[in-house]
Design a protein around this ligand. Structure first.
Ligand code: ATP
Ligand code: MG
Length: 506
């Protein structure tokens, strides 16, 4: 057996090949036998197209069972799987294709005419489509091929995937993930979250991102069990399926949307053993309300594209709201001074640096950026600011790039957001820095109120004055009906900064 993640996962597949791997909303099921056969045919097709070890296969397709099989086929062919966010425009796709130079690009049926020039312009020789069959897509082209395929042997350090980061702080970067990165993380998560033979995952995350692909899907593969597969998060479908699921992995917006639904009761969640949240901070209120409504304490964890999962609140033990839990067993986390890189005193605040078999090997074709972010000893600078408390729980305080410097003083937006979010009637806030003629930057708060709540600017400023130093108090407050978010539920502060940039006349 090689170190190809597919081989490692396949060793965990169930003895009964008829057992379910993916079940769609329509009720259509795919078994582990289907997984082997379909991924075998797709891998054979890729090999026939000349895809060899290390070649990239880029895909921008809707979530489907076939998309999962294509991911597995890439691993089996020894190729590097490169999923692209379905929201990317043609111009963005053109940039990523030019950057990655894949041998094959796969898009949905019907999109190939629109993307043909883009693919050609980026020098991609093979443009394929992926549908469910009967549509001339690669599902049809592979249909006649031999499903037996010898998975290409790979070393642990070989490239398994390139995943682009979410682009929250700038242009997305391609993180090069090795087979070791995938295997070590999947094995650990499978263990620490206590996966069982009767577990069924409710999978409602996108699969172009590390969360839905490497955390959720890989965990299920390592467990050899099944998942209920939703094209996208939809409360109606979730409430229909919860009685058959045991684990759900989600982003915080999933939970706020479930909380807004009267169907969320202890009975509705009675069959579930674990609700997990990650990819963005979970509000303490959401954690508390969910517990009150269902009896379940959401398990919050933290990870990044470049590293996979890093920390998790415990399965057994206190799941503390506002923390992301303990470092995974094989992951080292330290808190360092942003400028010097020296570890800070115990309990102090600094930039989180991490090391372990889960850490990526570098950014695709960005050697300088890689050298800036990975220290010679292997410590990767996450860019997240945090601290580790006396019990060992990691707290995320914000992002280093999110820091507002007002009149020479550092303001971590999260600290101000926590105060504002604590005001009765406030759902959530986003604190940003806006250019200011005197202070360089000034603090501004964008606030989402509960429907009908009477919170006004004076209440926000008043609460901040009471609890924070003067330079942290917002100089402007705006109320909005919705905070802009990306597909992973992350607040897009760049859009808020852009919309408010002239506010202080600088
Ligand atoms: P880019 O690196 O392109 O700016 P990004 O960092 O948002 O985008 P991802 O790799 O998808 O791209 O997200 C990782 C980041 O998400 C982490 O660095 C952290 O800031 C944030 N994050 C993930 N989980 C949590 C969590 N539980 N609490 C707070 N922040 C989290
Ligand atoms: Mg990042």
């Amino acid at each position: 057996m090689s170190d190809n993640f597919f081989d490692i996962a396949a060793a965990c597949f169930p003895a009964d090949a008829d057992s379910s791997f993916i079940e769609l909303e329509s009720g259509r099921r795919y078994s582990y036998r289907d997984l082997m056969e379909i991924s075998g045919r797709y891998a054979r097709l890729l090999a026939e197209l000349g895809v060899a070890k290390g070649d990239r296969v880029a895909v921008q397709v809707e979530k489907s069972a076939e998309a999962v099989f294509l991911y597995l086929a890439c691993l089996r062919a020894g190729a590097a799987y490169l999923p692209l966010n379905t929201a990317y425009t043609k111009a963005e796709v053109g940039y990523f294709l030019g950057d990655a130079e894949p041998k094959v690009f796969v898009c949905p049926p019907g999109n190939e005419a629109a993307l043909a020039d883009t693919a050609k312009g980026a020098g991609v020789g093979n443009l394929l489509t992926l549908g469910t069959g009967g549509d001339g897509s690669l599902a049809d082209r592979a249909a006649g091929l031999d499903p037996e395929f010898d998975t290409v042997a790979c070393a642990a350090d070989d490239l398994a995937a390139i995943l682009y980061t979410s682009g929250t702080t700038g242009r997305s970067k391609g993180a090069m993930m090795s087979h070791r990165n995938l295997s070590s993380n999947a094995a650990t998560l499978h263990r620490i979250w206590g996966f069982r033979p009767d577990d069924v995952l409710l999978h409602a995350l996108p699969i172009f991102h590390t969360h839905g692909l490497f955390v959720a899907t890989n965990c299920v593969l390592m467990n050899g069990t099944g998942m209920l597969f939703l094209g996208k998060f939809d409360p109606d479908a979730v409430f229909r399926l919860l009685p058959r699921a045991t684990v759900m992995m989600g982003v915080p917006t999933f939970y706020t949307r479930l909380l807004a639904d009267p169907r969320l009761t202890p009975e509705a969640a009675a069959h579930m053993r674990l609700f997990i949240s990650g990819s963005a901070p979970l509000l303490a209120d959401t954690h508390r309300e969910f517990r009150e409504r269902t009896g379940h304490a959401i398990l919050e964890r933290y990870g990044m594209t470049e590293t996979g999962m890093l920390t998790s609140n415990p399965l057994d033990g206190d799941r503390i709201p506002g923390t992301v839990g303990f470092p995974l067993p094989e992951v080292s986390v330290r808190v360092a001074d942003e400028k010097t890189g020296e570890p800070v005193a115990e309990g102090g605040i600094g930039v989180l640096e991490v090391k372990g078999p889960n850490v990526f090997s570098g950014y695709w074709r960005m050697p300088e950026k890689t050298a800036q972010e990975i220290r010679p000893g292997g410590w990767f600078i996450t860019g997240d600011v945090g601290r580790i408390d006396e019990r060992g729980y990691v707290h995320i305080i914000g992002r280093a790039k999110d820091l507002v410097i007002s009149g020479g003083f550092n303001v971590y937006p999260k600290e101000v957001e926590t105060v504002i979010d604590g005001i009765d009637g406030v759902v959530e806030s986003a604190v940003i820095g806006i250019p200011h003629p005197d202070f360089g930057e000034a603090v501004m708060a964008v606030v989402l109120r509960r429907p009908g709540a009477a919170v006004d600017e004076a209440a926000v400023v008043g609460a901040c004055r009471e609890q924070l130093a003067n330079f942290k108090v917002p100089k402007a407050v705006a109320f909005v009906d919705e905070l802009p978010r990306n597909a992973m539920g992350k607040v897009q502060k760049n859009l808020l900064r852009e919309a408010n940039k002239g506010r202080f006349g600088a």
